[in-house]
Design a protein around this ligand. Structure first.
Ligand code: G
Ligand code: G
Ligand code: NA
Ligand code: MN
Length: 255
């Protein structure tokens, strides 16, 4: 209960911040993007990980104002990188959005306002949603179509672990499949996970989508993914979520 009360005050007290995990191109290791991940600097507990407060924020509805803050902070940061770094690389910044936010009728307008307010070109932003967040949710799917029409990319996060992955590819404006870490963990050998990782890339290629392998922790996994034809990956093997300045340094060196 205490944590819930603290969480309600945390936005006003400016206790949240974002870290950024690079998405890298497997052939050359260059950053192709950065996933924004929220952190909470609690005055007594120190940094609280999102697994401890995102579910709470979802239950209480606080995820709506918190998510709006995350969206704006990520757009602000991306626009600043674009001005400061003068990189020509086609990197995007991605933001995780939960079901509750997508069900808010004004969400697509808030995305448009964030882009306009921070002068960020729409093609620099990606929204990450889980299959479960949009499954059987007409409002969410309609919202995603509006966001997609702005030119913002859409990634299906934790792909393969939610509801109805394949039928969503027919109805939702998806651009990127993010293959869940649980499949990448067990990559190698003659098992279901390897088949699923291979099949996901086949589907992505056939539908002209990008595929990102998530949670890559070892050089062996990275090599296997590359051999399978994966172009993009993310995980501790490449980099953990980084402070904004460290992410900026990586983007500055990107071709
Ligand atoms: O970052 P890890 O960094 O511990 O994130 C744990 C979980 O919290 C993941 O499922 C991630 O998608 C989710 N998460 C991290 N940041 C955000 C955010 O800004 N919004 C939402 N809705 N989820 C987030
Ligand atoms: O659900 P989502 O894919 O947004 O979750 C991202 C979460 O995964 C974050 O908590 C991030 O810190 C974590 N993460 C990213 N790469 C790795 C990795 O290689 N190993 C592990 N264990 N977690 C990772
Ligand atoms: Na994500
Ligand atoms: Mn994921």
């Amino acid at each position: 209960a205490k944590l819930g009360a603290d969480l309600r005050r945390a936005l006003d007290r400016d206790e949240f911040f974002l870290v950024y995990q690079p998405v890298v191109r497997l052939p050359d290791g260059c950053p192709a993007g950065a996933e924004a991940l929220v952190r909470w600097r609690h005055p007594e507990r120190g940094v609280v990980p999102p697994v401890e407060f995102i579910p709470l924020a979802e239950q209480t509805g606080l995820i709506v104002p918190l998510g709006l803050w995350v969206l704006n902070e990520a757009c602000r940061q991306a626009a600043q990188w674009l001005r400061d770094l003068r990189t020509t690389g086609p990197w995007k910044v991605s933001v995780n959005v939960s079901a509750r936010q997508l069900s808010e009728p004004g969400f697509a307008v808030q995305v448009a306002e964030a882009l306009a307010g921070w002068l960020l070109p729409a093609d620099r932003l990606m929204i990450e949603v889980t299959e479960t967040a949009i499954f059987d949710n007409e409002t969410a799917t309609a919202t995603l179509r509006q966001i997609s029409a702005l030119g913002v990319a859409l990634a299906l996060d934790d792909f393969g672990t939610g509801h109805s992955s394949l039928s969503l590819l027919r109805t939702a404006p998806v651009d990127v499949l993010k293959v869940d870490k649980s499949f990448v963990d067990d990559l190698g050998g003659d098992n279901a996970e390897s088949t699923i990782v291979t099949a996901t890339l086949y589907i992505a290629n056939g539908l002209r989508l990008s595929a990102v392998a998530e949670g890559v922790e070892t050089p062996t996994q990275a090599r296997r993914l590359y051999e399978l034809g994966y172009q993009l990956a993310q995980g501790y093997h490449f980099a953990k979520p980084l402070p904004a300045e460290e992410m900026a340094a990586l983007l500055a060196g990107a071709a």
